[in-house]
Design a protein around this ligand. Structure first.
Ligand code: DGL
Length: 262
């Protein structure tokens, strides 16, 4: 059987999701790494931010998105959200053992390995920093470096509003991490929304190097699809957007962020 484009249905699409627009920063890496794949992006903006919810709530949102995407023909899933990866990846992998499922985690390892003269700052949501996954990452990689963590409450809400030039954004970042200017020289963007405000963070913190998990996630998906014989190559993939806030404005926001450098 073939779909309307004449491709075998078994090829399927790759389902990518986040609490909102943030995972679009990961989607950019995925499309660069795998230009022949079809991607369907889902932003759960109706429930954003995930960072202030309980892990059980985030797990349930993620489970229901995954279930729907798989019933619609996804051949693989990317949890383009640090918070949902921490809260739900083991549950999803146990529920769908035959489906490649890739998550994203704060890029602490490359930040520590890069070396430097100052501290490493990890900016992430409350849930990401509170759950075991991050503590294990710290136990494994933080020694040899001084690591500071800041739960950036409120930042996702402002980014979701879509106005990246709003003065409130820099003001909030300044309140959250401004006291660390001069102390940190590496910043781990441990939430997929934050790459969109890299310039605003640099404005507050000065000369720092940034690390995020998007590129590693894309490489990991490539490896998994190749090892499962699921790669789709030889044509240009299609990218579509959908949201739990079902308005043309919301999908237009995702498209606009998809075109932004991050
Ligand atoms: N973009 C997400 C993350 O990477 C979720 C942020 C949120 O909704 O609080 O953690």
């Amino acid at each position: 059987m073939a779909d309307v484009l004449g491709r075998p249905e078994a090829e399927g699409f790759i389902g990518v999701f986040d609490s909102g627009v943030g995972g679009v920063s990961v989607l950019q890496h995925l499309v660069r790494e795998l230009p022949g794949e079809d991607f369907r992006y889902f932003g759960d903006s109706a429930h954003a931010p995930y960072g202030g919810k309980t892990p059980a709530e985030v797990c349930e949102f993620s489970r229901s998105i995954a279930e729907r995407m798989l019933s619609e023909g996804a051949k693989a899933l990317v949890i383009a959200c640090n918070t949902a990866t921490s809260a739900a990846a083991p549950t999803l992998r146990a529920a769908y053992p035959d489906v490649p499922i890739v998550g994203v985690e704060p890029a602490l390892k490359p930040a520590v390995l890069a070396g430097g003269t100052g501290d490493v700052l990890v900016m992430a949501t409350e849930v990401t920093l509170a759950l075991d996954k991050f503590h294990r990452l710290e136990d494994q990689w933080a020694h040899g470096a001084s690591v500071q963590t800041v739960a950036c409450s409120g930042l996702v809400d402002l980014i979701e509003q879509g106005d990246l030039d709003a003065p409130e954004l820099v003001e909030l970042i300044d309140r959250l991490v401004g006291h660390l200017r001069g102390e940190v020289d590496r910043v781990v963007l441990g939430c997929t929304h934050y790459p969109f405000v890299r310039a605003q963070i640099a404005h507050v913190l000065g000369d720092v190097r940034f690390f995020d998990g998007g590129e590693g996630t894309a490489r990991q998906l490539h490896r998994l699809l190749a090892s499962e014989g699921l790669l789709c190559e030889g044509h240009e993939g299609i990218v579509t957007f959908d949201s739990s806030i079902d308005t043309p404005e919301e999908c237009a926001l995702y498209q606009r962020f998809f075109a932004l450098p991050c």
